[in-house]
Design a protein around this ligand. Structure first.
Ligand code: HPA
Ligand code: ZN
Length: 354
């Protein structure tokens, strides 16, 4: 068998390794559906909904994506959503992503959506979710299993989050869990303690963002681990700075969903792949995801590729990351086993062909 260590130089030169990364069966657990709005669809929706965009072509839209931290990204992200108005728009948004998921061999996705970013613009909750659910139904024919994770905007009030739960009640069984995103500064997880408790009463799973290099990253991670008892932490790699918390996360099996390319935009060019490597070595479950791929320019396989290049990762490490994505997901243990076996079978077939 050839050396399975993927040296970076070999890696970028070897098209077989491209097909290996893209072909690995994987789950995506940190994907904001609104962050998949590609410029092509933005132009199409703007024309369909008679919205005047400041930019009239794809290049100008891409050129307007200037961000260097979380707040500057969020400003562009929320502005982009103004094109999403009708149920059909949400359908098109999700359907375009799900086709890309298929091309990345994503077998299962737990996709975030931000209802308050739409209801605060006068769009009904039902308009948003009905469009997304229809695309999710159609994606079954692609062999992509998709579920919804409803995110609360942490820069909105806890009362607004409570009202969002009320609006979601008719769709309780169409939602697998809740998350927490948007601007983290001065918006600790504890602000939503009662909201998370209510979500649990309703049978929903719980995850929350602890974005990279925030002013209070460590105290927010500590609250999520020790008080909220979040099942996953989205981003969260600052965990590595506190060895007690690393041991805690490892013992509790709290998984981190890391997004290397997004990190490079929001953290001064640092993809935080070293931190991911260190956390994996300490026994913390981590998987690789794309976050907001239309804005950061990379879907999940691009992110795994970026990790592999930066860390000279072996085939075994990449397979571990993909198995983690299934193990950290909120599907049945039986289904987790089946998909992890698919990863093993895929790696065995690839290694045999070398
Ligand atoms: N962090 C916080 N809020 C977000 C993100 C993120 O990565 N993506 C979309 N909203
Ligand atoms: Zn995110």
């Amino acid at each position: 068998m050839a050396d399975s260590h993927l040296n970076a130089k070999e890696y970028v030169c070897n098209s077989q390794h491209v097909s290996f990364v893209w072909g690995l069966p994987k789950a995506e657990l940190h994907l904001h559906i609104e962050g998949t709005l590609e410029p092509e669809l933005k132009l199409k929706l703007a024309a369909r909904n008679h919205i005047d965009l400041p930019e009239s072509n794809i290049e100008d839209i891409r050129a307007s994506y200037k961000f260097s931290d979380l707040p500057s990204f969020l400003a562009v992200y929320y502005k982009g959503m103004e094109c999403l108005i009708h149920e059909e728009d949400f359908y098109d948004l999700a359907w375009e992503y799900l086709k890309r998921a298929k091309a990345n061999n994503v077998r299962h996705v737990e996709m975030f959506f931000d209802p308050q970013a739409h209801t605060s613009r006068g769009i009904a909750f039902s308009t948003v979710i009905e469009g997304l659910l229809r695309a999710i139904e159609d994606a079954k024919a692609l062999g992509v299993d998709a579920r919804l994770v409803m995110c609360f905007l942490r820069d909105f009030s806890a009362e607004s989050a409570r009202q969002t739960i009320e609006a979601a009640l008719p769709y309780k069984d169409n939602i697998i869990g809740v998350g927490l995103d948007s601007d983290e500064h001065n918006n600790p997880p504890m602000k939503f303690f009662n909201i998370f408790a209510r979500a649990r009463e309703l049978g929903w799973h719980v995850t929350a963002h602890a974005d990279v290099d925030q002013v209070d990253s460590i105290s927010h991670i500590k609250e999520l681990l020790e008080v909220i008892e979040s099942e996953r932490i989205d981003h969260g790699t600052n965990l590595v700075e506190d060895s007690d918390l690393v041991s805690y996360a490892s013992a509790q099996h709290t998984g981190l969903t890391s997004c290397p390319i997004s990190n490079s935009f929001c953290s001064g060019g640092d993809m935080k792949t070293k931190e991911v490597r260190e956390l994996l070595n300490s026994g913390v479950q981590v998987c690789i995801n794309s976050d907001d791929p239309a804005y950061f320019g990379g879907y999940v396989s691009d992110n795994i590729w970026a990790f592999a290049e930066h860390e000279h990762a072996s085939i075994e490490t990449l397979a571990l990351l993909c198995k983690n994505s299934f193990k950290m997901s909120w599907i049945s243990d039986v289904q987790k086993e089946l998909w992890c076996q698919e990863v093993d079978d895929f790696v065995a077939a690839f290694s045999q062909a070398q």
